[in-house]
Design a protein around this ligand. Structure first.
Ligand code: ATP
Length: 205
């Protein structure tokens, strides 16, 4: 009888703050790919944002827990926060394989912008052997994602998937800017996250 592997989604991000674009995407991939769970993994020290000012990890972690709490398939992992140095996905995936064993298949969930940079990720060839990638996309980005898939040949075709998701023009950058300007972020982030941002005075300056 064929062995049934647990399917685990990995939603990595800075989550500064987490917003409904992240949540809608993770849920769409969970359903489409039959994932048993999705791990949200806030990055401690994102390699691609080394020079940017990032909110202390504890705030980003708490907001991620608040945002995902009501979905029984969503979990938050502090794995990258507990590890010193830059948060490379290859290290995270190796650690998750140690934790969950070989009986799990991993699906790393990204937006279209992140997939464009995939060729520059640390140990990307090995990483593609260890996990699948799902690029949430909209019609305008399909050719760019297909170019990335072609770049990796057969491994790209087997391991990189794309999924059309609702177009939500939301970014954490825009949310931080809105808070700074005193504009509403209602419905762009879950209510608990909105309350937390206001209570803690995040993103005001
Ligand atoms: P920032 O504006 O600070 O760069 P961000 O909104 O892009 O942040 P991240 O935490 O950097 O959020 O992103 C984590 C992951 O979520 C990335 O793979 C990114 O492509 C994806 N993502 C971000 N915003 C959206 C969105 N609106 N819809 C779908 N995926 C998204």
């Amino acid at each position: 009888m064929a062995e049934c592997k647990t399917r685990i989604g990995i939603m990595g991000g800075t989550f500064d703050p987490i917003h409904i674009g992240h949540l809608v995407t993770a849920e769409a991939v969970r359903i489409e790919f039959g994932l048993d769970k999705v791990l949200f993994i806030p990055a401690a020290n994102p390699p691609h944002k080394q020079h940017a000012q990032v909110t202390p990890a504890i705030h980003r972690y708490i907001m991620t827990v608040m945002a995902t709490y009501s979905n029984p398939s969503f979990f938050v992992s502090p794995i990258e926060l507990e590890r010193p140095g830059p948060s490379y996905t290859i290290d995270t995936v190796r650690a998750l394989i140690d934790q969950y064993g070989e009986k799990s298949d991993f699906y790393f969930i990204t937006g279209a912008d992140a997939i464009a940079d995939l060729p520059t990720w640390k140990d990307i060839d090995e990483l593609l052997g260890l996990c699948h990638f799902v690029a949430a996309t909209r019609p305008g980005c399909i050719s760019m994602i297909d170019a990335v898939i072609r770049r990796f040949g057969a491994k790209g075709r087997q391991r990189i998937h794309r999924l059309s998701t609702p177009e939500l023009e939301i970014s954490s950058t825009d949310i931080r800017e809105r808070v700074k300007l005193g504009r509403s972020i209602k419905y762009i982030v879950p209510e608990s996250v909105e309350q937390y941002i206001l209570k803690e005075g995040l993103y005001r300056s």
